[in-house]
Design a protein around this ligand. Sequence first.
Ligand SMILES: NC(=O)c1ccc[n+]([C@@H]2O[C@H](COP(=O)([O-])OP(=O)(O)OC[C@H]3O[C@@H](n4cnc5c(N)ncnc54)[C@H](O)[C@@H]3O)[C@@H](O)[C@H]2O)c1
Length: 428
Amino acid sequence: MPLAAGAFAQVSPNDRIRIATIGIGGMGTADTNAALTVPGVELAAVSDVYDGRLVRAKEVYGSHLFTTRDYREILARRDIDAVIVGTPDHWHARISIDAMNAGKDVYCEKPMVQRIEEGAAVVAAQKKTGRILQVGSQRVSSIIYEKAAELIRAGAIGEFNLVEAWWDRNSAIGAWQYSLPPDASPDNIDWDRFLGHAPKRPFEPVRLFRWRNYQDYGTGVAGDLFVHLFSGMHFILNSTGPERVFATGGLRFWKDGRDVPDVMLGLYDYPKTAHHPEFTLFLRVNFVNGAGETSGFRFVGSEGVLTVGNHVTVAKQPRQTEPGYTINTFPKALQERFLAGYRAQYPEQRPNADSMRPVSEDKYMPPRGYSDHQHHHQNFFAAVRSRKPVIEDAEFGFRAAGPALASNVSYFEKRQIAWDPVGIRVKA
Ligand SMILES: NC(=O)c1ccc[n+]([C@@H]2O[C@H](COP(=O)([O-])OP(=O)(O)OC[C@H]3O[C@@H](n4cnc5c(N)ncnc54)[C@H](O)[C@@H]3O)[C@@H](O)[C@H]2O)c1
């Protein structure tokens, strides 16, 4: 329900910013709390399809809150400047577009869209309405990722050729087995509104509370986690995306009715651009990892390796000054001839203290208590006030979501995908 242009809220630099959260489960709550750390931001309203979460919102944020099952009632309110979209993935595009058309700025959780086909419309709506839309992959605002970008640009690891990123988990909650509220019933859940454009189905609360496990509402491990790795890496390298996508994996352990894999590997070819050389990306998500949870990046270069996790490390080990030899399968006489030539070029030296090679490892730590999530919200609200563009806008969000979702196409259709990183689409 678009509002007339004159009804659009305008926020001046000193004004309070009144926000509403649409979908106030785990991340909607975390986003709301991060937003409320920004001076001048106030929560005015909340929407959710499960009444229990509306009750909880009033318990936590105050009984004055306006609450509704129907997010369009929030968009119709003229006192709301911006919305946080914390719903399952299949609602992101619809609600973000409706919100921008209603004159609201939008903080939309990742992945920006559930289907590749939805991306262009979100980008177009942002351009048409001029609203601020920031996607919720918080690494894009992280000073840790900014440091990694700066080091790579300055040549800290030479020319990189491979990027690896992974996310390993080994817990039920890590594998999305979230708790089901014991009171879940058709009386306190707006089931049809949860389903939205997904196929109609009879009431089955597990599909709402564990929506990630179903292709109808979620985007699998690729849309949930690869997308963070894409957005973080695209930010570090100023990259637009790969041109070839291949993913494989399987459902190996969490056979709880889900129709998405719990182990997934992706391989991506990135073409040379003005910002980076040609390189290969390898992504892994594994929910069946007996050693527990780890996540990170390795940028592998000709002069060193830069890892990014909760801090940045640059490790370097110079190559040997001699090339070395592999001659013991040659006939003896030939070995001797080879060695004579080799030693003429590289005279034998007894190892001494000077021949010790410096192996260095430099660590860059963020300040204690640093939160990229809060930083991401600060950047969003700064843009709401200044009207200056954010980095992780609709186009950036689609460039990260696109190859993640193309990974699902590759996995389910068992084929490699030719991806157009400029047009942000699957190549015909
Ligand atoms: N940035 C991050 O690090 C991060 C972390 C976790 C989740 N997320 C993203 O946040 C989003 C929410 O994930 P979550 O873990 O909070 O899920 P969740 O199930 O805890 O919360 C989703 C909420 O949306 C509600 N909902 C469903 N349909 C709705 C509709 N039409 N209108 C209003 N409310 C609706 C549900 O009832 C639920 O309360 C997802 O897109 C996820 O990918 C991002």
